[in-house]
Ligand binder design. Structure first.
Ligand code: G3P
Length: 216
């Protein structure tokens, strides 16, 4: 399973990319708003760092024509841009039009398997179920990902599942086990995955023992 960073924070993107942890970046309007910088400038900088992977950028329009126009504009910026279209009825027309023009589209804010089926039929290359936000409302985000995985496998659908709103490493392990294609997560979750107090203690123990080794 591939790991993407769900962030527009340049320092974190560079760190995660240099660690070899991520092969793509996802953003949304809320994530962009945290950086206090122009969207275009941020996108240019992110695509200059992630030279060999997708960078997801979301449209703001809520009508199909507006989404299509924005999607075309975003796609022109770099071959690595994936246009995120919200999974609302108006969004499906935009998914169909942009995909038929060869633009790579992710249908985002997916909260049900039926939405994912429609996304795939409209031509989305990716669907993004929101795991944590389902958990937040007392539903099971992982169950939804499993359901979409089973349906796509049963139907031979090659639309990729990019699990979003991932909140902790247990989410990541479960998503990997069920064969989800990609999990996108905040930098904090990547660091939680990389960190274990036992590893830290082992390194400290090795260094302490090394002091006992004669040096001459
Ligand atoms: O990028 C979309 C999604 O990952 C947002 O996550 O934590 O705001 O629910 P969250």
């Amino acid at each position: 399973m591939k790991i993407f960073l769900d962030s527009a924070h340049i320092e974190d993107i560079k760190k995660a990319y240099d660690m070899g942890a991520i092969s793509g970046v996802t953003t949304n309007p809320s994530i962009i708003s945290r950086e206090n910088r122009k969207f275009e400038d941020l996108l240019n900088e992110i695509t200059s760092i992630i030279v060999d992977g997708p960078v997801f950028a979301e449209v703001l329009s809520v009508d199909a024509e507006g989404m299509i126009e924005e999607g075309r504009r975003l796609a022109k910026k770099s071959k690595n841009i994936v246009v995120k279209i919200p999974m609302i009825p108006e969004g499906l027309k935009a998914v169909k039009t942009l995909s038929s023009e060869g633009i790579t589209v992710c249908n985002t804010v997916v909260f049900s398997a039926s939405q994912a089926i429609l996304s795939a039929n409209a031509g989305a290359s990716y669907v993004a179920p929101f795991v944590g936000r389902l958990d937040d409302i007392g539903e099971d985000g992982l169950c939804l990902c499993q359901e979409i995985r089973d349906i796509f496998d049963a139907q031979g659908i090659d639309t990729k599942i990019v699990a979003a709103s991932v909140r902790h490493p247990v989410h990541v392990n479960s998503l990997a086990k069920m064969g989800v294609d990609i999990a996108t997560m905040p930098f904090k979750v990547i660091m939680q995955m990389a960190t274990n107090p036992n590893s830290q203690r082992a390194v400290e123990g090795f260094l302490k023992d090394w002091e006992k080794v004669p040096k001459e």
